[in-house]
Design a protein around this ligand. Structure first.
Ligand code: NAD
Length: 507
């Protein structure tokens, strides 16, 4: 199965990991990509060297000048071709995501659908990005703003969304007139190469110049070059908060821009009026889906004391029914974690939670089989202890009771991250209280739906230790452009702003 799949996506047992448009190379050390469900290697990638990255950056900078000369609606046409190519390969690419990253196939295909959705969105946007005309205080003056491309955008991605996050960035950057250099997670280089092949073939087939570059490496030896190079005005980074903090500081050192999409510690608040059927389904998807390896995964369940027992009982029963196994097999709901280190972190967090007064309701250990499988855990916690305040990237759900809504909102907000949040209630006042400025402090706040599974039409991202970036919909495109304020004087005098008179001439 996997050999046929690789072949259909143009992959082989050895694959060049450096792409300059549709030309591929790679003379650095080999990187093996592993299937987390078996622990076995899938295929090999020839990573890049420092010289190859330097050359790639030079080419990308030159390509950016050519790409920005293509009119924006034509750039939209290029992205439309990408969307078409992704549609044709959606299920295969989704299977590859599942094979290399471990999420179940339905979610892998969903991830590729998200790429298609953002491509469609970007096509429309290519005819809509524009600035405002603003009233000038000076007679015979016109003031307006316009948006220009930035140039080269570096896109550094995490393992858990190995294709969609690139697409959120690259499709918008492309219609904005930017060229992207993608540095994927070393856990998922094959997904990146398969995407790179598809999109560059689509561009070349449509007669467009190159706009997408890829640089694979096995560790972090070369990524710093992207952070330091002044020809890269924007670094879009998706990953953990500690690494994001380093990236932000390093890029800020040269006054470059960052777009940060970092960790989350997302809570679902449930009050006594909530529909527990909805809660059960939303929490199951949020906490167990993607094996708890989404930035938006539900990690904390803050539940009104009077319904806590009933809800925990329901969830424990639902968890017992979750089929764990091969993510490519139909019916599986829980695949593996990404690697053995992730299993160790999961087990350590469960132990710490128990040591901090937590009561293990179910799950919590690794599974005695090949691959990196765990049993999803529910822990009843007496309070928000130190382990609960951390993001552990696995299927652990901490249940904490509360007595007043104010207490629930305080619990929701008193963690370092600020990505996604949700309340389940039928009480309008409670819902509005949660959405008010004094309610949830997250970038995403939902009522009667869970924390994970955002649509691309809204801006995606979070506050505090989540980094403050926004990607995908709304006006997120502005991050990929530079704003220019222009004023034209079409009169015969030179009035100064603020009515200043300077020298002898008439105002
Ligand atoms: P990670 O921080 O370990 O790695 C992310 C990327 O950064 C990888 O490509 C990695 O190779 C690279 N990297 C590592 N050290 C670096 C350095 N010093 N400089 C530059 N790049 C470096 O994260 P991960 O384990 O791949 O992904 C999981 C994390 O990502 C979680 O914290 C999750 O919440 C977060 N995430 C956030 C979002 C979001 O949109 N907010 C989406 C997906 C994942």
């Amino acid at each position: 199965m996997s050999l046929d799949l690789l072949a259909r996506l143009g992959l082989a047992s050895q694959n060049p990991g450096v792409w300059l448009g549709d030309r591929a190379t790679g003379s650095g050390p080999a990187l093996l990509s592993f299937n987390p469900a078996t622990g076995e290697p899938i295929a090999e990638v020839q990573t890049g060297t420092a010289d190859e990255l330097a050359h790639l950056l030079g080419e990308a900078a030159a390509a950016a000048a050519a790409w920005q000369a293509v009119p924006a609606p034509r750039r939209g046409e290029a992205v439309r071709l990408i969307g078409e190519a992704l549609r044709r390969h959606r299920d295969d690419l989704g299977s590859l995501v599942s094979l290399e990253m471990g999420k179940i196939r339905a979610e892998g295909i969903g991830e590729v659908q998200e790429m298609i959705d953002i491509a469609d969105y970007a096509v429309g946007l290519s005819r809509m990005i524009g600035g405002r005309t603003l009233p000038s205080e000076r007679p015979d003056h016109r003031m307006f703003e316009q948006w220009h491309p930035l140039g080269v955008v570096a896109v550094i991605t995490a393992f858990n969304f190995p294709v969609a996050v690139w697409a959120w960035n690259a499709c918008l950057a492309a219609i904005c007139g930017d060229v992207t250099v993608w540095r994927p997670s070393p856990h998922a280089p094959l997904c990146a190469i398969a995407v790179q092949r598809l999109v560059n073939a689509a561009l070349a087939g449509g007669g467009f110049p190159p706009a997408f570059y890829l640089f694979c490496e096995a560790g972090t030896e070369h990524v710093g070059r992207l952070l330091d190079d002044r020809r890269v005005p924007l670094v879009s980074f998706t990953g953990s908060t500690p690494v994001g903090r380093q990236v932000a500081a390093r890029v800020a050192g040269r006054l470059g821009r960052t777009l940060l999409e970092l960790g989350g510690n997302n809570a679902v608040v449930v009050d006594a009026t909530a529909d527990l059927d909805l809660v059960e389904r939303a929490v199951l998807f949020g906490a167990v889906g993607t094996a708890g390896q989404r930035c938006t995964s539900t990690r904390r369940l803050l539940v009104e004391r009077s319904v806590a027992d009933a809800l925990v009982e329901r969830l424990a029963a639902a968890y017992a029914q979750v089929p764990i196994g091969d993510p490519l097999a139909p019916g599986t709901l829980l695949g593996p974690l990404i690697d053995a280190a992730a299993v160790a972190r999961f087990e350590a967090a469960v132990s710490a939670a128990r040591a901090q007064g937590g009561l293990l309701v179910c799950g919590g250990g690794g599974l005695p089989r090949a691959g990196h499988f765990v049993r999803p855990a529910i822990l009843r916690m007496p309070a928000q202890t130190p382990v609960v305040r951390e993001e552990t990237f696995g299927p652990i759900l901490y249940v904490i009771p509360w007595d007043t809504l104010d207490e629930a909102i305080t619990l929701q907000n008193e963690v370092a991250h600020g990505l996604s949040s949700a309340i389940f209630t039928r009480d309008l006042e409670a819902a509005e209280r949660f959405l008010a400025a004094t309610g949830s402090d997250c970038g995403i706040a939902n009522v009667n739906l869970g924390t994970s599974g955002a649509e691309i039409g809204g801006a995606f991202g979070g506050e505090k230790d989540t980094g403050g970036g926004r990607e995908a919909g709304s006006d997120s495109w502005k991050a990929y452009m530079r704003r220019q304020t222009c004023t034209i004087n079409h009169g015969r005098t030179l009035p100064l702003a603020q009515g200043i008179t300077f020298g002898a001439g008439p105002a």
